[in-house]
Write a new protein. Structure first.
Length: 130
């Protein structure tokens, strides 16, 4: 994700600040791929729609979950309306996160920016034995 944010910044001529915890390399591949795809879609949407050139990405790890947050302070949008009309990317992100038993929240309002937050629980059996 760090390398992707750096490449994306260079390719799109934007600033992406990536802040992260140490993430275990043993993270299940389906969770890693899910969060990576959410990151890609979120940043592409942000560049396309926010009107800004600066974005913040956070990746946080705890013993029971991993959280990805992509934030901008741009033009924002009506989430409900977008999900009904043109929100194919938003819907696919939500479905992708649901496949790994996670939750996706989208907080946005016109002229108030957008925050995309994906929270994926880590294996119940792994955390129960820890």
């Amino acid at each position: 994700m760090k390398a992707f944010c750096r490449e994306f910044s260079d390719q799109q001529n934007v600033e992406v600040i990536f802040d992260h915890d140490e993430i275990p390399r043993t993270l299940p591949q389906e969770i890693s791929l899910c969060l990576f795809r959410v990151l890609q879609e979120s940043l592409q949407n942000a560049v396309k729609h926010s009107g800004l050139r600066h974005f913040d990405v956070e990746l946080r790890y705890s013993s029971d979950a991993i959280d990805l947050t992509v934030r901008d302070s741009g033009s924002g949008f009506d989430v409900q309306q977008s999900m009904k009309t043109r929100g194919l990317g938003l819907i696919s992100m939500a479905e992708r996160v649901k496949l790994v038993d996670g939750q996706l929240s989208i907080d946005s309002q016109p002229n108030r920016g957008t925050t995309i937050h994906a929270r994926v629980p880590l294996s119940k059996s792994a955390s129960a034995s820890a």
